[in-house]
Design a protein around this ligand. Structure first.
Ligand code: SAH
Length: 249
């Protein structure tokens, strides 16, 4: 997969993508990331990229020209998808990350200041993506979140050991709690079942705790999830157990 990121702050992107799993994915050629400073495409003699807003209003807006020329200069195919980071976009989630991971070429545009001339979104972009209902100073952190979530789903980026199939959201339930050594630390103990070596029991425990944590923290996700027979039985147990805990308190 190839990802081109258009930004005024390339160092911000470089400093993150060189590290850890994404850094290794780039090194091994599974993901190619090009960071392009679109200021270089400004035709203004001072390389200015922003201007006052027509009709008035506070702040400066990035002009369409440098973005247009920068996009023109990028090698594209019919499958290239151009994304704009924007608080007005559709909210990014795991399903969106999974869809984007199937694309062969993404271009992500990072805005700054007051944002970007509307013609970029109107004529040059396939999709606007927001990472949540808050406003950032620039699109770089949003682009990095998209790149991170998408890259780890590209085949072979994660090794089998850190496989993502059990991750929260991939199964539409939140992930069950996990522990590592030591089995007891400062009086804090790991649940006995995990030390039992009984794989069937461990599997049931994990499924049950996955349902429990989703029920407690994200009932909205659970209400969309189709519980099968075994899961419904576990869910009934959870409700009884949770009621008992509330009664005790
Ligand atoms: N005036 C704009 C905000 C501009 S913030 C508005 O009210 O909609 C500057 C840039 O930061 C945006 O162009 C976008 O690239 C990025 N940005 C800010 N918040 C974001 C969010 N929640 N998701 C994705 N990108 C965001």
């Amino acid at each position: 997969m190839r990802i081109d990121i258009l930004t005024l702050f390339p160092d911000l992107i470089h400093s993150v993508i060189k590290e850890s799993i994404i850094g290794r994915a780039i090194e091994s050629g599974k993901v190619e990331i090009n960071v392009i400073n679109f200021r270089e495409y400004s035709t203004n003699k001072h390389k200015k990229v922003d201007d006052y807003i027509f009709g008035g209003g506070a702040g400066m807006l990035i002009s369409v020209q440098p973005i247009y020329d920068c996009l023109q200069a990028i090698n594209k195919s019919v499958n290239t998808k151009v994304l704009l980071t924007s608080p007005r976009g559709v909210t990014f989630n795991q399903e969106k990350a999974e869809n984007l991971a199937h694309e062969e070429h993404l271009i992500i545009i990072c805005g700054h200041y007051e944002g970007i001339d509307e013609r970029v979104s109107e004529y040059l972009v396939d999709e606007e993506i927001s990472i949540g209902d808050y406003v950032l100073t620039g699109g770089e952190l949003a682009a990095l979140i998209i790149v991170d979530a998408v890259s780890r789903l590209v085949p072979d980026v994660l090794n089998k050991a850190d496989s993502h199939i059990n991750d929260s959201f991939s199964t539409k339930l939140l992930e069950y709690p996990q522990y590592t050594r030591p089995a007891e630390y400062m009086g804090m103990k790991v649940p006995d079942v995990l030390m039992s070596g009984n794989h069937k029991e461990i599997e049931t425990y994990r499924l049950k705790e996955s349902i429990r944590i989703t029920y407690k923290r994200r009932p909205d996700l659970l209400s969309k999830y189709q519980l099968n027979k075994q899961e419904s039985k576990l869910f009934k147990e959870i409700i009884t157990e949770e009621q008992k805990t509330v009664e005790k308190e």
